[in-house]
Design a protein around this ligand. Sequence first.
Ligand SMILES: Nc1nc2c(c(=O)[nH]1)N[C@@H](CN(C=O)c1ccc(C(=O)N[C@@H](CCC(=O)O)C(=O)O)cc1)CN2
Length: 299
Amino acid sequence: MTTVIDGKQVAASVIEAVKAKSAALEAEAGVRTGLAVVIVGDDPASHAYVGSKSRMAKECGFKSVQHTLPEETTQEELAALVETLNADPSIHGILVQLPLPKHLKSEPIIQSIRPEKDVDGLHVVNAGKLATGDLETGLISCTPAGALILVRTIHGADLSGLNAVVVGRSNLFGKPMGQLLLACNATVTMAHSRTKDLAGICRAADILVAAVGRAEMVKADWVKPGATVIDVGINRVAAPEKGEGKTRLVGDVAYAECASVAGAITPVPGGVGPMTIAMLMANTVIAAHRAAGRPAPKF
Ligand SMILES: Nc1nc2c(c(=O)[nH]1)N[C@@H](CN(C=O)c1ccc(C(=O)N[C@@H](CCC(=O)O)C(=O)O)cc1)CN2
């Protein structure tokens, strides 16, 4: 029987823990956790994600601030906002929603966020801590941190002896995911669109993580029988069966056929996606504890 990993349920339990930790921090140290989310431009999907983040922050009892900037915002204006948030002691986490409009450079903006407020885990200080095996003092990118929690529901915390293959090498997901799996003692292969015999490499995986950004690219014959398949893709495709002009979400994994081979699999929607926002809340309450000089909770 294939286990369908319920990301919504796991995310809900993370959120419950965040709520308890933020309430205790406020009661015991008088510190209210603060998250600022910045969005530039009109991308509808980004607006939906940012709206969910701001709402969830409020539900967690945080001070939740959303800065919605127009498409024509300049690099200097965005940098000035980040500086203001960096200097604001009531804000413990700053997130700049990606992608930014094409005329803006995201890298200098991300690197201008103070590392201790970089709840996206993208600053080189946080990426460097993860790369050197320090999982205690930095902040870890939300989607890989969430995906790892889902892996742990199947395999536990020690992945010794297991082969993990990550398909995709982005800074936001693939690289940190590979490093997290390595830190849990998995034997990790980083694969990507130029990897020779991608299907064969994937077939050797006990844990297969797909983050390629191509709808349903991973087929059943890429999956080792009994493997755990983690699908990070979110692709909107036409769904004529639902009516003219209708769409549906699919992952990077051809779900139905891969589910018949896998031992465990994440669905899309309802798998890794909900973990992203839950781990953003977790990172923010961790940052608030550190700012208050308190031991940070673990998730
Ligand atoms: N600064 C950042 N920008 C972006 C990140 C990020 O982690 N930091 N990740 C993605 C988008 N993203 C959050 O920002 C995100 C994507 C998907 C989901 C999610 O819950 N998906 C649901 C389906 C939602 C739907 O119906 O459309 C699911 O998979 O079940 C949450 C957050 C890019 N930008």
